[in-house]
Ligand binder design. Structure first.
Ligand SMILES: Cc1cc2nc3c(=O)[nH]c(=O)nc-3n(C[C@H](O)[C@H](O)[C@H](O)COP(=O)(O)OP(=O)(O)OC[C@H]3O[C@@H](n4cnc5c(N)ncnc54)[C@H](O)[C@@H]3O)c2cc1C
Length: 416
């Protein structure tokens, strides 16, 4: 049984079904990919694997208590239960841990991108994917210089990253040519890509169903029932129970609550982000192709078919997913500054959703607590990028196969 049908749950189901298992996916919502997997920026970005817990993060979070312009924010009144998670996050905020955590994420992200490409090719899934790299844009020359230094780490570990001046940015993405004077330059993640995670997830659901997997929608798992060191069944919100031989927990930010019912503590906290989708404006000029991140506003965007998706902010404010016009200010600023003619901005669709963040950054994969309980949760800001690789690793662990990349730093027991 797989709990949760976001991109992580459905990719888990896929690899398990492929290995010959009879899979049932239980999903609280009415269809697959409706929470974090529906609101993301669509970037497949191993080049952006840097751990959020870094030496500069505490200062940024402290600043967010007094000023309004930071992308990373915490509200201690709205997120009072986060003390333990917060302390673990702070423990990771030194150069040595940040380096280690970044490399664990990078290795998984690189592997996962290969797995994603393979699934898309094997199952013939078109998910509005664009394989044209991602631009990490800088406006301020000093920050650009610092970004280039920081980028060397992922470059030294196999990511092809080019440094572009403003002219180079305009060449890589002619759509940005009219605003090149506002840019110091960019780091161009040449092999990064983008696509629609909802389309991908739902088409993969269909592939799972073709292999005989069952999807139970509109039923939430309330608790797991364990006896004799094994999970025997999952109790659903109607009161009935479903049994299975193996349980995979991939309920995103809600995994910790379910895991606690069998005594397993998962350090995963919600980091709220805002997501906007606009119809692309067609004006006869060059078409936007290359996804990007504004490294100063920390707004990310990409083209998804005939829509422009933009996302911003990471706020530790509890589980709620409300938003106000003011919360969209960074997206509005980016749209006005760099993409004024890209989309029909008066026809936006908006949402807020929660990234399932671990304090150190890498997701939690593998067995935990009862011998037949496996976790595949906590993919944070990179769950689309890391889903396929994570799910392949979890399926390998379930079947007793050695994963193709080391699981060190990904399982609960191999973390400090
Ligand atoms: C604003 C924003 C931008 C992002 N941008 C990117 C990006 O550009 N690239 C990238 O790689 N990643 C990005 N991410 C991260 C990525 O979207 C997430 O890491 C990923 O979607 C997590 O997938 P998931 O399946 O674990 O969680 P979810 O998509 O949240 O799915 C969890 C599922 O579990 C279900 N569930 C919960 N509780 C229960 C229960 N009790 N019983 C049954 N089902 C349950 C939920 O209904 C849900 O469908 C972004 C995230 C946000 C919020």
């Amino acid at each position: 049984m797989v709990v949760g049908a976001g991109v992580v749950g459905v990719t888990s189901a896929y690899y398990l079904a492929k290995a010959g298992h009879q899979v049932t996916v239980v999903e609280k919502e009415g269809e697959a990919a409706t929470l974090a997997s529906a609101g993301n920026a669509g970037l497949i970005a191993p080049g952006h694997s840097f751990a959020w817990a870094s030496p500069s993060a505490p200062k940024e979070l402290l600043r967010s208590l007094t000023v309004d312009d930071t992308a990373l924010r915490v509200n201690p009144f709205k997120a009072p239960g986060m003390a333990v998670w917060g302390l673990r996050f702070l423990r990771e905020c030194n150069a040595e841990r940040a380096l280690k955590n970044t490399l664990v994420k990078l290795r998984l992200a690189q592997y996962s991108q290969r797995m994603l490409d393979q699934i898309a090719s094997d199952e013939r899934i078109d998910y509005d994917d664009i394989h044209a790299g991602i631009l990490y844009l800088y406006r301020d020359p000093k920050r650009f210089e610092a970004g280039i230094k920081k980028m060397k780490l992922v470059q030294d570990h196999g990511q092809k990253q080019d440094v572009l001046d403003a002219e180079g940015v305009a060449e890589a993405e002619p759509f940005l040519a009219p605003v090149k004077h506002k840019l110091a330059g960019a780091i161009y993640g040449v092999t990064d890509s983008s696509g629609d995670s909802v389309k991908f997830t739902r088409k993969l659901q269909a592939a799972c169903e073709r292999m005989g997997s069952k999807f139970v929608f509109g039923r939430g798992v309330v608790k797991l029932d364990a006896r004799g060191g094994k999970v025997r069944a999952a109790t659903l919100d109607g009161g009935d129970a479903l049994d299975a031989d193996v349980f995979v927990l991939s309920a995103g930010v809600h995994s910790p609550r379910i895991a606690r019912t069998v005594g397993v503590r998962l350090p995963i906290a919600p980091a709220k982000g805002y997501s906007a989708t606009f119809p692309i404006r067609r004006n006869g000029g060059p078409e936007m192709r290359v996804g990007a991140v504004d490294e100063e506003l920390l707004v990310a965007w990409c083209r998804i078919g005939d829509r422009l998706r933009m996302t911003s902010s990471a706020e530790f404010t509890g589980y709620e997913t409300s938003y106000k016009e003011h919360d969209l200010r960074l997206i509005r600023k980016l749209a006005t500054d760099l993409l004024p003619n890209a989309a029909e901005y008066d026809q936006g669709q908006y949402r807020a959703c929660n990234r399932p963040m671990t304090p150190d950054g890498p997701p939690i994969l593998g067995q935990a607590g009862p011998e037949n309980l496996y976790i595949n949760s906590g993919h944070g800001h990179m769950g689309f990028t890391m889903a396929c690789g994570s799910s392949r690793i979890v399926a390998d662990l379930i079947d007793g196969r050695k994963p193709e990349i080391p699981a060190e730093g990904l399982t609960l027991t191999s973390r400090p």
